[in-house]
Design a protein around this ligand. Structure first.
Ligand SMILES: Cc1cc2nc3c(=O)[nH]c(=O)nc-3n(C[C@H](O)[C@H](O)[C@H](O)COP(=O)(O)O)c2cc1C
Length: 323
């Protein structure tokens, strides 16, 4: 798959996810074959104020590249300056035009921009002028049921220089309820001359193939389906290459990857943050194994990383698939 001058090894893309898509998570997903990984959304305002915590989100490592950097903001000039500041931090810039979260929307950013197509044009044009990196936008279907405008927004973005468009086909007011309307991805693909990436509700390898076949989209994005399940990417690659989907990971394989994730997290963030961050990931790695509920309780009460490692080893060493 190609996005402007960037050639990806495959068309499976890790979604930008605030609070999830940090460096260790991206490294794990990359190891399982993701063709492109995205940062969490990064505040353009935070970047130009040289915010340390914002900069921290751009921490990267050679083994995860190519890296897409997602920016959010609402001011064309601020977004353009932020795009200049991240010039050396990744291989692609994406603009967030879809985030439904109140805090982001009330500042005029994320999906709030979908309500102002003329502003979308100014934002994309300003960022396009400020960077020669491949530039993409990520959108939802529209603000609500009565204002579905993804095709208009997609055309505007491409007209102002976007090199690809990702669509999560839910409206802002849907949040994560209902299901993603993949037919909209197909309509967008037909309407645009650039690659279209589909995002939404891919939970197994068959879902991924179904989205590609039904919509004709060029790339697929993995979000919640990858939680505790980087094997999803391996499975999709197998199906795409005409091989059977490999058997699900054994408890020993899960332990190995969960341990590796924990150690990457520790190396990146140190013990305090890792202890908190890894709780959710380790709970996800345990899904579908007998005794997972009791394991979750234990993990959520661990007070040191050594204790966490011990609880992890004890659980997965004796665990079995739930009948
Ligand atoms: C916890 C969480 C955080 C997210 N953060 C972002 C974000 O920072 N930027 C963005 O464009 N989308 C964000 N999304 C949306 C995802 O990128 C994706 O489009 C959406 O989850 C639908 O895909 P899925 O069904 O595969 O999860 C987030 C989703 C979740 C669940």
């Amino acid at each position: 798959m190609k996005i402007a001058r960037l050639t990806l090894e495959n068309n499976i893309i890790l979604a930008p996810m605030a609070g999830i898509s940090d460096l260790p998570y991206r490294q794990i997903m990359k190891r399982f074959g993701a063709g492109l990984v995205f940062t969490e959304m990064v505040s353009a305002n935070g970047l130009i104020r040289a915010g340390k915590r914002t900069r921290e989100l751009l921490r990267s490592a050679p083994d995860e590249r190519p890296l897409g950097i997602q920016l959010f903001g609402d001011e064309p000039a601020v977004l353009a300056e932020a795009a200049t500041l991240v010039r050396g931090d990744g291989e692609l810039i994406d603009l967030n035009l879809g985030c439904p979260v109140n805090k982001v929307v009330s500042s005029g950013a994320g999906s709030a921009l979908l309500r102002y197509p003329a502003k979308v044009a100014r934002v994309v044009a300003a960022v396009r002028r400020s960077t020669d990196l491949p530039l993409t936008v990520k959108i939802r279907s529209g603000w609500d049921d009565s204002s579905i405008n993804y095709i208009e927004i997609g055309r505007i973005a491409v007209g102002e220089g976007a090199d690809a468009v990702t669509l999560h086909p839910r409206t802002r007011s849907m949040g994560f309820s209902g299901s993603a309307d993949w037919a909209e991805i197909g309509r967008l693909k037909k309407a645009l001359p650039v690659p279209v990436i589909g995002s939404g509700d891919i939970f197994c390898a068959a879902d991924a193939l179904a989205m590609l076949e039904r919509t004709g989209c060029d790339g697929i994005m993995i979000g919640r389906g990858g939680y505790g399940n980087p094997w999803l990417i391996r499975d999709i690659l197998a199906l795409q290459q005409g091989r059977p989907v490999p058997p699900p990971p054994t408890p020993a394989e899960r332990l190995e990857v969960a341990r590796s994730h924990l150690e990457l997290n520790f190396a990146t963030f140190g013990p305090r943050k890792s202890l908190l961050d890894m709780r959710k990931h380790l709970c996800w790695y345990s899904r579908g194994l007998s005794g997972a509920a009791a394991f979750r309780t234990l993990i959520n009460h661990t007070e040191s990383l050594d204790e966490m490692r011990q609880v992890l080893d004890d659980f997965f060493t004796g665990a079995e698939e739930e009948a």
